[in-house]
Design a protein around this ligand. Structure first.
Ligand code: HEC
Length: 206
């Protein structure tokens, strides 16, 4: 009799343990919170590449470039580059008057990699844009170990800043684009958002 009671009690306890365990396990399996958005990133959508299809063109960005903003972006370069006239070469070459200059010639005998030397040509705005988007893609094997600037605006601003350091080539005119309409729309939206505030302020003043 007591044997059987023990058996039943044992099974009951066992069932309880299983139920508890299953609860914990299912909790772990099904309650992990919101999924990490990065897990669903679609490859190739925005890898910081050229992105020529989207957004304003390089010409347009250069035409409206902000030299002061470009100087700030250049903070990412000063670990390796000077850009003042007669500045010394560091890990990277001095960049005075580099815009429009021949690629991989530099000043004061900087030892460029063969990878960059064999690119040839000059540092046009386009070439710099590609180089700064991804040095590794522009000159595979380059010794400039810098990932690149993924934002087209940052690249345009820094190119305008570099151009102002000795080169002073005329910046291109903006490409004709149907964009002003979109901007006007955005302004109209802002205006609409701002108007409700005015009556509220008046009411408060009274
Ligand atoms: C980690 C160091 C490092 C950083 C950071 C770096 N560079 Fe460089 N840069 C180099 C080296 C090294 C070279 C020479 C590359 C070669 O010979 O392959 C170089 C070459 C260049 C050249 C070619 C110059 C010429 O005369 O042909 C330009 C232009 C340039 N860098 C611009 C930049 C800009 C702009 C930034 C910041 C956004 C930057 N670099 C950040 C190390 C660096």
């Amino acid at each position: 009799m007591s044997d059987r009671f023990n058996t039943i009690a044992g099974w009951a306890l066992f069932a309880g343990v299983i139920a508890l365990g299953a609860g914990i396990v299912s909790n772990k399996m099904f309650h992990q919170g919101r999924p990490d958005p990065m897990a669903f990133a679609i490859e190739g959508v925005d890898s910081g590449g050229d992105g020529a299809a989207a957004g304003p063109s390089l010409n347009t960005l250069l035409a409206t470039a902000d030299v002061a903003a470009g100087e700030k972006v250049f903070a990412k370069c000063i670990a390796c580059h000077t850009i003042n006239q007669g500045g010394s070469n560091g890990i990277g070459p001095n960049l005075w008057e580099t815009v429009g200059d021949a690629i991989a010639v530099g000043k004061a005998g900087f030892a460029f990699s063969d990878a960059l030397k064999k690119v040839g040509g000059t540092w046009t705005f386009e070439a710099l844009d590609h180089w700064l988007a991804s040095p590794r893609t522009f000159a595979p094997g380059t010794k400039m170990s810098f990932a690149g600037l993924s934002k087209p605006e940052d690249r345009a601003n820094i190119i305008a800043y570099m151009n102002a350091q000795g080169s002073n080539l005329p910046l291109p005119a903006a490409d004709a684009a149907p964009e002003p309409a979109a901007e006007a729309d955005a302004d109209a939206d802002n205006a609409a958002e701002e108007t409700p505030e005015a009556p509220a302020e008046e009411a408060a003043a009274e």
